[in-house]
Write a protein that binds this ligand. Structure first.
Ligand SMILES: [Zn+2]
Length: 268
């Protein structure tokens, strides 16, 4: 079922504004043609340009609380409304990226800053570099101190810490929802391969660039994307994540101490 609420209305209204300005500009052009002129006058062209500038201004002013169907300009991060049942909004780009196709920063699960090396020795939650001695987020005594925490506290959420209160890392459920409600396409943007996920309900899309290279799958270099959630995996030493390869995607698990990208989400 597609949800409907006041925010949906707000989105439609804000999207209509540029369209109406565009029609006014078109009317100006038609008026010029109707007067027997083959080309619009300089004055008319300036009027059209002024209207286009106005359109850009309308969008920029509302970047913070406006929802988009696709990343519209360089003022990232944008909130992309894929029409998902839970109302979850996805960011247009990764943490640390300055474009949707850029990989951006890498994080180990539950860490909020980047570093040189990502392994058990540098991992914040491994005691003495031992993956069987987790000091936080542990559901099994064989793997560390049991605290039965299965989702990241906000202070350990890299999206919250780096982007502010309205953003979070996605949960496992939000990854599942994203996968189930979008169609996927492996494509290249500005030389970066990745997965374009397109909403089945409203046509909105996000692009998840591949961020890993795996030489073990075949003789050739095969690139793929790994995006971690805020949800602990079924083992205390794994985190739930989204995997994207050329011909499929899945929600699986990954060792906590390894590096991954993060695509933040927010609620409407
Ligand atoms: Zn954007």
């Amino acid at each position: 079922m597609h949800y409907k609420n006041s925010n949906t209305m707000k989105k439609k209204i804000t999207l209509l504004v540029p369209t109406m300005i565009g029609m006014a500009a078109l009317a100006l052009f038609l008026q010029g043609c109707g007067n027997g002129q083959n080309k619009p006058t300089v004055q008319q062209e300036q009027a059209v340009l002024a209207n286009e500038e106005e359109k850009v201004e309308v969008e920029l002013e509302q970047d913070d609380d406006k929802y988009y169907l696709d990343c519209p300009n360089n003022h990232h991060p944008h909130s992309i409304d894929l029409g998902l049942p839970s109302g979850t909004i996805w960011a247009c780009c990764n943490i640390g990226a300055s474009a949707p196709e850029e990989v951006g920063d890498f994080f180990a699960w539950g860490e909020t800053s980047t570093k040189e090396e990502y392994n058990e020795n540098t991992y914040k939650w491994c005691k003495n570099g031992n993956v069987f001695k987790m000091t936080k987020y542990c559901t099994n005594g064989d793997f560390g101190n049991v605290d039965n925490k299965t989702s990241l506290d906000v202070e350990d959420d890299a999206a919250y810490v780096n982007w502010g209160d309205q953003w979070r890392m996605p949960t496992e459920d939000q990854l599942m929802e994203l996968m189930r409600n979008t169609s996927s396409e492996w494509e290249s943007r500005n030389g970066m391969t990745g997965k374009k996920l397109t909403s089945m309900t409203n046509g909105a899309s996000i692009f998840l660039p591949s961020n890993m290279l795996n030489r073990h799958i075949s003789q050739e270099e095969v690139d793929y994307g790994v995006y971690i959630s805020s949800t602990l995996g079924s083992f205390a030493f794994t985190a739930t994540c989204f995997w994207a390869v050329a011909d499929e995607e899945s929600v699986g698990e990954r060792r906590r101490e390894l590096r991954s990208s993060i695509r933040p989400v927010r609620k409407m």
